[in-house]
Design a protein around this ligand. Structure first.
Ligand SMILES: NC(=O)c1ccc[n+]([C@@H]2O[C@H](COP(=O)([O-])OP(=O)(O)OC[C@H]3O[C@@H](n4cnc5c(N)ncnc54)[C@H](O)[C@@H]3O)[C@@H](O)[C@H]2O)c1
Length: 468
């Protein structure tokens, strides 16, 4: 097998066999006990047996910040875990005003009611009111009984909320892309480590057996020396208003100033906010970061590049909406990144919108929603005892809760999320500047390009300029 091993630099090959290092279990049991005390003091009590097999002291009290589109996936996943208790939800949107379908619950009140109804079904009285709703996430962070938070809000809030959650001693499941820009990602890494917190990045394909299999094959040289990776992102699924668009009145129950938060002041339009924020550079990075945080994450994992990044990035003909449009992110994503070991990664808009194709000197593997390879036998190939094994997780939410309880890194820790988001941000910067850029992945700076370096950070409005 050694002869067939990929020629990735040894320093980039990570022989991890378990999900990261163990960290001191500081404070978890004490916080868990405090949380349980407050929960069980509530008038509508769910007995431990009704909630599942876990004893109360083993339960993780979780609060959800953001009750929009992705919460409809994440909330049921966390509710299904016996040892998790959803104690609070926060959203600047009080209740749905029909941005998808009238039936879809969205906003803090419908989600709070849904959580209470879920637990009520498990009580003899059929009543439960233990989940609270907040408009200001700082109030929720101030609760001593909250062990962990999920941050499932637009990307321009991820860093501020993560840093404040770390300072408040909470563990964090932060949705992908981890950051809005590279400097914010670095800030998040520092905060998590300084405050000794657990952070899972919501790039959930690290918990896919198919993806893990593909990455192990690539790492073990089963397609020979890796030469090229093509990663896919989806086409934009909305077109915003073009130049000359008109502001709209803010809907009742939607706290728009709190939604904007650290982002620049801007007139309200419905296509600026719920779900569509991902197509505006002030809040997100378009499909480059939206789907790129999955596809490029698979590429980074297969290369063993979680502690590094490319050394060069260039635009290959990206397209953007006309100047003056509300949407500002690429309508067609196409960039190339080169790594120090000679591997080139091309990221582009193409159906099915998620996946990575690895080409080596002896074959290829394509993985995403399904697996395909040449030779075809790779689909069922076994990884031998002396070969590189990657950490195993089959459920990203379960993996996070286990990591919180054991106080050890989960499968997608903060550094991993940061480096994957960085690949996407680098691509966006190259596409915006339409030129080839040299990147120093150790110092995390562009070499000899002041304009590019300027795009590594974003300004923040008060009171969201956090001291280091
Ligand atoms: N892992 C995945 O596959 C996946 C899929 C979709 C979205 N996401 C990520 O989830 C995050 C949210 O995306 P979405 O599609 O759910 O967006 P969304 O707009 O539908 O929902 C976001 C919610 O956050 C709320 N919000 C905004 N600012 C807030 C604040 N300061 N405090 C409290 N609530 C606030 C909004 O009102 C909204 O209800 C994004 O980072 C996105 O990239 C991940």
């Amino acid at each position: 097998m050694n002869a067939r091993r990929t020629k990735l630099a040894r320093s980039q090959i990570d022989r991890v066999t378990s999900p990261g290092r163990r960290l001191p279990r500081r404070g978890f049991l004490a916080r868990a006990a405090a949380g349980v005390a407050s929960l069980w003091a509530a008038p509508y009590v769910v007995p431990a047996t009704a909630l599942g097999r876990m004893a109360p002291s083993n339960r993780v009290n979780l609060a959800m910040i953001g009750a929009g589109n992705q919460s409809t996936v994440d909330l049921p996943a966390f509710l299904a875990l016996d040892d998790v208790q959803l104690v609070a939800v926060c959203d600047v949107n009080r209740a749905s005003f029909g941005y998808r379908s009238p039936e879809q619950f969205l906003g803090r009140e419908p989600v709070r009611d849904q959580i209470n109804a879920y637990y009520a079904k498990k009580t003899r009285s059929g009543q439960y009111r233990g989940c609270d709703a907040y408009v200001d996430f700082r109030e929720l962070l101030a609760r001593p009984d909250v062990d962990a938070v999920e941050i499932v809000v637009p990307d321009h809030w991820h860093a501020v909320m993560t840093v404040l959650a770390c300072r408040a001693g909470k563990d964090i499941y932060c949705q992908k892309p981890l950051s809005l820009c590279i400097r914010e990602g670095q800030e998040m890494v520092r905060a998590v480590r300084k405050h000794d917190r657990i952070l899972q990045t919501g790039s959930q394909y690290r918990s896919s057996a198919l993806v893990r299999h593909a990455c192990e094959l690539v790492r073990n040289g089963r397609i020979g020396t890796l030469r090229k990776i093509t990663t896919l992102v989806a086409e934009n699924n909305f077109t915003g208003p073009g130049p000359g668009w008109k502001p709209m009145p803010v809907p009742e129950g939607f706290d728009y100033p709190r939604w904007l938060g650290p982002a620049p002041q801007a007139a309200y339009h419905k296509d600026r906010c719920l779900y569509r924020f991902r197509f505006i550079l002030d809040y997100s990075g378009g499909q480059t970061t939206n789907f790129g945080a999955h596809s490029n994450d698979v590429a980074q994992w297969a290369m063993g590049a979680d502690a590094t990044g490319p050394i060069e990035v260039e635009d290959l003909g990206a397209e953007f909406p006309p100047k003056g449009s509300l949407f500002t992110t690429a309508t067609k994503v196409h960039f190339r990144a080169r790594y120090a070991n000679g591997v080139e990664l091309v990221c582009r808009t193409r159906a099915p919108g998620f996946g990575a194709r690895f080409e080596g000197t002896e074959g290829w593997i394509q993985v995403g929603y399904k697996f395909d390879s040449s030779p075809a036998s790779l689909a069922t190939a076994k990884i031998g005892p002396g070969e590189i094994r990657l950490p195993v997780s089959d459920d990203h939410y379960r993996n996070f809760i286990d990591a919180v309880k054991a106080h050890r890194d989960p499968i997608s820790p903060v550094e991993t999320g940061h480096r994957t988001a960085s690949v996407c941000h680098l691509g966006n910067i190259a596409m915006q500047l339409h030129r080839k850029l040299r990147w120093d992945p150790a110092g995390e700076v562009f070499l000899g390009d002041a304009d590019a370096n300027h795009l590594l950070s974003r300004g923040r409005r008060e009171p969201w300029k956090l001291s280091p």
